[in-house]
Design a protein around this ligand. Structure first.
Ligand code: F6R
Length: 628
């Protein structure tokens, strides 16, 4: 499995590993006027990529001017006036810390020892720890705990050797493992910005009186709609009204004319998707790849806590609770560990009196701020239980109160309905279960290798599901849009998927729906069934297959319309269904919730569209529920 430097932190010990992955970078060279206000408004337009810290650097009369701090752009601007920096060349950054607290010192731009070079970066430098050690041995002084700072010090060394800025950037990026989109300025060559890209997005904008670089087109769209997409492995030098692109590897020059972008600024922010929810569903392959870059030693530490626990509670609300429910099957099947998934708002009543020093809570919260979840944490802490956290927001309350926390690396989720953060949680939880299984010797080598291999493949599998099934799901939404109620059924780990799919459909398309473990449906709920009642079954080909066939027959016999999510080639189930969505074969049961939930996230989205509901802002809901 690929390992990087992402993702986990121990609240006290892990400050060494702070870094940011999902951020926005921007740069501009104006023919005349001040760059800083332009950088400021461009960063505002990139704020959807991250908003826990912000910073700007400008060049003026061979001097570097920098302002940066933690906080939202408006807050930092109110405090420091981000428009008040001299010079017509500037770079800027808006950060989403994925590890370590968002402190001023960790905000970008990052500089070299002499503060002659400034760098903004979006991505992950996987080998930064080695590079940092090497640079420190050669006398460099580091100010931050970020991965990015190694870049400015490496460039500093190359400039000292007499290389030009672009040569120095080229030699530096050759030493970096991981992903990056960077923009670099130096007082030694104060007329240019040098950018480079590998696996993180980078675009150039060309206007009459300016050139821009950015993580994304919306940053400069109000100024110009002429844009050049920078490809992986390319360096770009921006200078007065010019851009020059070269291949990092062989230094050949690339000729690429600007394209005309006809998106509105609003559409551009969603990268051409009509809603954030759809964009975030499509981002899942990328987010899942990030979850495979979590750092070994911290995953291991969390596993040790779980291994030593007398009892383990998996505590969360809503979608995060569904991830916990799925995780309880993972821990049980892989590590033979019985865990108790608990809805956070019930924790105090249900376990408040019995939780104790031998209890461990693995608390899952995308926002890290959900009031019910934090109340459960507080209750457990008062009784000396150990609290472990899995969250998407570094610096959130959960990261401060947990003994150990894991950052799931999903980047900001703007759509109110959780989608990409759910599958990322599942990926992290499955990795923890797998590690615990290894540690406890509960699983064979062959099984471990198979699971690790499949985990690696999950992002590609998810990508293929979206590509091949989206159109079909759209048609299903058209067919079923007027139905008044849906049933969602699954057995085993798929019952968690059924609950999550039900929640998605209810919360964004306002279709009252029911979800049960399929076996339970005949103990009452089946009385609702009458001809044409839509019942959605989630049926991967696992140990529950035979019994779910029986459950489908029960529903079919009463006239229900049967929609199934099945493994490709599962003719037995397909022959019973009115409609089916196919998932590729060969997925281990414990990983199946990740791919199987995807088509029904899309179904909920397209049902909302068909029913004229706004999927990004469902009524009565908030992204972070901070009241009990
Ligand atoms: C549903 C959804 C909510 C959240 C719940 C917990 O799409 O987003 O059910 O999952 O409010 O939020 P976090 O995970 O932030 O604690």
């Amino acid at each position: 499995m690929k390992k990087g430097n992402l993702g986990l932190a121990v609240t006290t010990e892990a400050r060494e590993f702070e870094e940011s992955t999902v951020c926005g970078i921007f740069g501009c060279i104006l023919k005349s006027g001040e760059a800083a206000p332009i950088v400021h408004v461009a960063l505002k337009r990139l704020e959807y990529r991250g908003y826990d810290s912000v910073g700007t650097a400008t060049l003026h009369e061979n001097k570097l001017f920098i302002k940066k701090d933690s906080g939202k752009i408006d807050e930092v601007h109110a405090l420091h006036n981000l428009d008040d920096l001299p010079g017509r060349i500037g770079i800027g950054h808006t950060r989403w810390a994925t590890h370590g607290a968002p402190y001023q010192v960790n905000a970008h731009p990052h500089t070299d020892c002499d503060e002659q070079i400034a760098v903004v970066h979006n991505g992950i430098i996987e080998n930064f720890a080695e590079l940092k050690m090497e640079l420190e041995e050669r006398g460099h002084t580091f100010r931050s705990k970020t991965d990015t700072e190694v870049i400015s010090h490496l460039i500093e060394e190359k400039l000292r050797e007499g290389l030009t800025l672009v040569e120095a950037v080229r030699e530096t990026v050759k030493r970096l493992d991981g992903s990056y989109a960077i923009a670099v300025v130096s007082v030694k060559e104060p007329d240019k910005i040098v950018c480079a890209r590998k696996e993180s997005p980078l675009v150039v904008g060309i206007a009459e009186n300016a050139v821009y670089c950015a993580s994304d087109i919306p940053a400069f769209l109000p100024m110009t709609n002429r844009s050049v997409i920078v490809q992986d492995g390319e360096i770009v030098v921006l200078s007065d009204e010019r851009y020059e692109i070269r291949k990092i590897l062989d230094w050949t020059q690339v000729t690429r004319e600007p394209e005309h972008i006809d998106w509105s600024p609003e559409l551009a922010e969603k990268q051409g998707y009509p809603h954030f929810m759809l964009k975030e569903i499509h981002e899942q392959p990328l987010c899942l790849r990030n979850t495979l870059r979590l750092q070994d030693q911290f995953l291991e530490l969390m596993t040790t806590f779980l291994d030593r626990a007398g009892e383990v509670f998996l505590v969360a609300c809503g979608t995060s609770y569904h991830a916990c429910l799925a995780a309880s099957y993972m821990f049980s099947k892989l590590a033979l560990l019985a865990t108790h998934p608990v809805i956070a708002s019930e924790f105090v009543e249900q376990h408040g009196k019995s939780v104790n020093i031998d209890s461990t809570l693995l608390v899952v919260s995308q926002s890290g701020e959900t009031a019910d979840t934090l109340a459960a944490v507080e209750c457990a802490r008062l009784r000396a239980a150990t609290v472990l956290g899995l969250t998407n927001v570094v610096g959130s309350t959960l990261t401060r109160v947990a003994r150990v926390y894991v950052c799931q690396q999903s980047g900001p989720e703007i759509g109110v309905a959780a989608t990409k953060t759910f599958t990322s949680q599942l990926s992290v939880l499955s990795q923890l279960a797998l590690r615990l299984a290894k540690k406890r010797g509960k699983i064979s080598h062959v099984e471990i290798e198979n699971l690790e291999e499949k985990l690696e493949q999950i992002p590609d599998i998810v990508e293929r599901i979206i590509q091949t099934q989206e159109e079909k799901v759209k048609q299903l939404a058209k067919k079923y849009r007027d139905k008044q109620c849906f049933f969602f059924l699954g057995r085993g780990i798929s019952s968690a998927v059924a609950l999550e799919d039900r929640l998605k459909l209810m919360e964004i398309a306002y279709v009252p729906s029911i979800a049960y473990p399929a076996g339970e449906s005949k103990h009452g709920p089946i009385s609702l069934i009458e001809p044409g009642f839509p019942v959605i079954f989630i049926c991967p080909k696992d140990d529950t297959h035979k019994t779910i066939v029986g459950n489908i027959m029960e529903m079919k016999a009463r006239g229900a319309s049967i929609i199934v999510v099945v493994e490709k080639g599962d003719e037995e189930i397909k022959s019973l269904a009115d409609d089916y969505i196919e998932i590729e074969t060969g997925l281990p049961e414990v990983l199946s919730p990740i791919p199987y939930v995807i088509p029904l996230q899309l179904f909920a989205y397209y049902m909302a569209i068909e029913r004229k509901c706004d999927p990004d802002m469902p009524r009565n809901l908030a992204k972070s529920v901070t009241v009990k």
